[in-house]
Design a protein around this ligand. Structure first.
Ligand SMILES: *[C@@H]1O[C@H](CO)[C@@H](O)[C@H](O)[C@H]1NC(C)=O
Ligand SMILES: *[C@@H]1O[C@H](CO)[C@@H](O)[C@H](O)[C@H]1NC(C)=O
Ligand SMILES: *[C@@H]1O[C@H](CO)[C@@H](O)[C@H](O)[C@H]1NC(C)=O
Length: 625
C-alpha cells in the first residue's frame, strides 16, 4: 500500500520529499521457456510482493491453465480440480488471468489446489507491474501470511502464447529463475529496513515488529561476524509551506513543518500525534547512530524490540521517559542520543532527518521508497513476504557464491525438497547417508562428506565412500561378514573405491562374497599325503602320520626330528617368517635346509610362543586383521 494514497484522509496533504511522482521500481526475475520449441527463450517477469520468491534459486515446472476458473478467483475445490504433482512429475505452475479479484486471492487458490507457483498473465499491454498486497481496508484476508508459493506477473503476449500452445496440446515447461534478482557481488550484504516506530496501525505495524523480533537474532550475529551491514531508515513527509503554521501541521510535524508523519489513529483530536511518531522515529535513528559510533550497531534491534514491548501506545507509554529507560537499560549514552535528536521546535533543518529524506529517493536501480515497510537488499527492493526465513533466503542470495555464512544452509531456510523422494538424489538408506542437500538455493544432489569420509560419484545414481577411513562407514558399501569368530571384509582401507572379496572368497565384493572350497577346487593341499579340510574363508591342510606340511611347496616332508604336532607347526611359522624377512628364493631354500637342523630349531623354539600358533596353523594363509 502506498503511503501517499493512505494520507488522503487528511484535509491537506503531506508530501513525500523530493519527487512529485515517486519512482517505483518493479523487481524482476527471469522465466526461461524450455518447451515448446516455438516459445523457447528467456522472458522477464515481475516478482509479486507476497508469497516466497526463491531468491538465489530456480524452479522447474509445467504450465497448466484452468479453463473453468481461468482467473482463479474461486477455490478450485468447487471444480474438483487439483494440481498436485504426482511422484516423479514436475511441479505445476498455474497460469491464471489477471482481473476480477486480488492477486493474492489467485495465489492463495492456486496454492490450495497444489500449484507450486502462480503465473499471472497481464490482461493489458503494458510494462510489467509489481503485484501487491491488498490495502489495509482489506486486511480481513487472513490467508495473506499463509501464501508461500512464489508468484510472477507475465506480459499479456506471453500469457496468450502459453494459452495457445496449451490449447494445441503442447507441453509448456518453464524454469523460473531468481538467481540474478539480487546483486551478489561480494561476501558482505548491505541491507536497509524502512520502518516506523508507530506500533498502533493494525496488521501492518504488527507484522513489522514481528519481523524485527524474529529476525533480530540472526541479524545481530551476522552483523557481529561482519557478514552483513544493516542500516535502519524512517520515512518522513513534509508540510507544504502555506500550511506550516496551521494547527494540523503543528501536530503532525517537527522543525516547522519539515518532518511529518501521519497521525497514528488518523484522528487529530485524540491519542498520539504524527509529531510524536516523528520524534520516536528520530530517536530510533539516533539510537542506531550512537550505537554504531560505539561499534555496536546491532543494539538497534534490541532497542526497537524492547521499545515496542515496554512502551506501547496502547498503554500510553509511547513517551520520551519510557524510551530513555530502554536506552539506559541497554547501556547507551543518553546524552549523546538527546544531542543527536536536537530541538524539534527550531525552524532549522535536522541533519539526521534531512539525510533520511535524501535516502528515500532511490539511487540507481533502487527506486524510491514509498511502501512501508520496505526492505532493501544490496540496493534492490525486496519483494515478497516479510518473514524471517523468506528474508533470510533473499539475503543469502546476496552473497557471492561460496561466501555465504553457515546459516544460509541451516534448517531455517531449507526448501524441504529432500523430504520427498529424497529430492531425486542418491541415498544409502541402510547407512543413513544421502546426497540430497537442502539449501536456500533449492536442493542439490551432491555426494556428501560423512565423518571425514568423502563420497564420490554423480550424486544422483551413485556415491561411494573413498579414501582412508571409508571402511568405517557402512563398510564402504562393501560385503562384510563375521562367522566362526572371524570377520572378513571386502573393503580395502586405501585410496581405492572398489570392493574386493578377500582371499578365500569369490563374488562381486559389494553384496556377496562366497567361501571358496579350496579342497574341491584343488587349489592347494594336493600332495598325495595331504589331508584337506575346507573352513570358512580358508582351509586347513595337514599331513598323514608324522609328516610335516610345507605350505609354500604344498608338500609333506619327512620329519624325523619332530617330537610332536606342535613342533611341525612351529616350523611352518618359522618358515613363513623367514621367507617374509629374507624374501630371496635362494636364501629361502637355504634356510629350509638350515632349519632342518634340530639344534637351531630347539634354540628358536625358546623365543616363539609355539603352542599358541599351533592351535590355528592355517590362519597364516589369510590375514583377518
Ligand atoms: C494460516 O496459518 C496459520 C498457522 O499455520 C493457521 O492457524 C491459520 O488457520 C491459517 N489461515 C488460513 C486462512 O488458512
Ligand atoms: C557506522 O559505522 C561505520 C564504521 O564504524 C561507518 O562506516 C558507517 O558509515 C556508519 N553508519 C552510519 C549509518 O552512520
Ligand atoms: C540419519 O541422520 C540424520 C542426521 O544425519 C539424523 O537426524 C537421523 O535421525 C538419522 N536417521 C536414522 C534412521 O538413523
Amino acid at each position: 500500500m502506498r503511503m501517499r494514497g493512505k494520507l488522503g484522509f487528511a484535509i491537506w496533504a503531506l508530501f513525500l520529499w523530493g519527487t512529485a511522482v515517486a519512482r517505483f521500481v518493479v523487481e524482476k526475475n527471469s522465466l526461461r521457456v524450455t518447451s515448446p520449441d516455438s516459445l523457447k527463450d528467456v522472458y522477464e517477469c515481475a516478482i509479486g510482493n507476497f508469497g516466497i520468491p526463491q531468491y538465489g534459486g530456480s524452479m522447474m515446472g509445467i504450465v497448466l491453465y484452468p479453463k473453468a476458473n481461468g482467473k482463479a478467483c474461486k477455490s478450485f475445490e468447487e471444480f474438483g480440480i487439483s494440481f498436485e504433482s504426482k511422484a516423479g512429475g514436475f511441479p505445476t505452475f498455474l497460469l491464471v488471468d489477471r482481473g476480477d479479484c486480488y492477486f493474492t486471492l489467485k495465489a492463495w487458490n492456486a496454492q490450495n489446489a497444489g500449484a507450486a507457483a502462480v503465473l499471472v498473465a497481464d490482461d493489458r499491454i503494458e510494462h510489467l507491474i509489481t503485484m501487491n498486497l491488498p490495502g489495509e481496508e482489506n486486511s480481513h484476508a487472513e490467508y495473506l501470511p499463509n501464501i508461500t508459493i512464489p508468484s510472477a506477473l507475465i506480459t499479456k503476449a506471453l500469457g496468450d502464447s502459453f494459452r495457445n500452445a496449451l490449447s494445441n496440446g503442447e507441453m509448456v515447461s518453464v524454469n523460473l529463475d531468481w538467481r540474478e534478482s539480487l546483486p551478489h557481488p561480494d561476501g558482505r550484504v548491505e541491507y536497509e529496513f524502512w520502518t516506523s516506530s508507530n506500533n498502533e496501525c493494525g496488521p501492518k505495524c504488527d507484522s513489522q515488529i514481528e519481523f524485527v523480533k524474529n529476525f533480530k537474532g540472526v541479524a545481530q550475529i551476522l552483523e557481529q561476524k561482519g557478514y552483513m551491514r544493516f542500516t535502519p531508515h524512517y520515512i518522513t513527509w513534509y508540510c507544504p509551506e502555506a500550511f506550516t503554521l496551521s494547527k494540523q501541521c503543528k501536530s503532525q510535524c517537527i522543525n516547522h513543518g519539515r518532518y511529518c508523519a501521519p497521525d497514528p489513529e488518523q484522528d487529530f483530536s485524540r491519542g498520539y500525534n504524527g509529531k510524536d511518531v516523528v520524534i520516536q522515529n528520530l530517536r530510533q535513528v539516533c539510537v542506531f547512530k550512537v550505537a554504531n559510533g560505539s561499534g555496536k550497531p546491532w543494539l538497534w534491534w534490541d532497542y526497537v524490540t524492547d521499545f515496542s514491548i515496554r512502551c506501547p501506545m496502547k498503554q500510553e507509554k509511547y513517551t520520551k521517559e519510557c524510551a530513555d529507560k530502554v536506552i539506559l537499560s541497554l547501556g547507551l549514552d543518553l546524552q549523546r542520543i538527546d544531542t543527536c535528536i536536537g530541538d524539534p521546535d527550531t525552524d532549522e533543518e535536522n541533519p539526521i532527518l534531512k539525510a533520511e529524506q535524501d535516502a528515500q529517493i532511490g539511487k540507481d536501480s533502487q527506486g524510491d521508497v514509498t511502501i512501508l515497510p520496505t526492505l532493501v537488499i544490496n540496493n534492490r527492493q525486496y519483494r515478497g513476504k516479510l518473514d524471517k526465513s523468506a528474508v533470510l533466503k533473499a539475503i543469502c542470495a546476496g552473497f557471492q557464491e561460496t561466501t555465504e555464512p553457515a546459516v544460509c544452509f541451516s534448517e531455517d531456510i531449507e526448501t524441504n525438497e529432500c523430504l520427498e523422494n529424497n529430492g531425486g538424489c542418491w541415498q544409502d538408506k541402510a547407512a543413513n547417508v544421502t546426497a540430497c542437500k537442502d539449501t536456500f538455493r533449492g536442493r542439490v544432489c551432491e555426494c556428501p562428506v560423512v565423518e571425514g569420509v568423502k563420497f564420490v560419484g554423480d550424486g544422483y545414481t551413485h556415491c561411494q565412500a573413498s579414501g582412508s577411513g571409508r571402511c568405517e562407514i557402512n563398510n564402504g558399501g562393501c560385503w562384510k561378514k563375521t562367522s566362526e569368530g572371524r570377520t572378513y571384509s571386502a573393503c580395502m582401507d586405501d585410496e581405492s573405491k572398489e570392493c574386493k572379496c578377500p582371499p578365500g572368497f569369490r563374488g562381486d565384493g559389494a553384496n556377496t562374497c562366497e567361501d571358496i572350497d579350496e579342497c574341491k577346487a584343488r587349489l592347494s593341499c594336493q600332495c598325495p599325503d595331504c589331508k584337506c579340510k575346507n573352513t570358512w574363508g580358508s582351509h586347513e591342510c595337514s599331513c598323514r602320520g608324522d609328516l610335516l606340511y610345507i605350505k609354500d611347496h604344498d608338500t609333506c616332508v619327512g620329519n624325523k626330528a619332530a617330537t610332536g604336532i606342535s613342533w611341525s607347526f612351529a616350523w611352518i611359522l618359522m618358515l613363513a617368517l623367514a621367507s617374509a624377512a629374507v624374501g630371496g628364493y635362494a636364501v629361502y631354500k637355504y634356510r629350509i635346509r638350515r632349519y632342518m637342523d634340530s639344534e637351531i630349531r630347539a634354540i628358536m623354539a625358546q623365543y616363539m610362543p609355539l603352542d599358541n600358533q599351533a592351535e590355528n596353523p592355517n590362519n597364516a594363509q589369510h590375514s583377518v586383521i
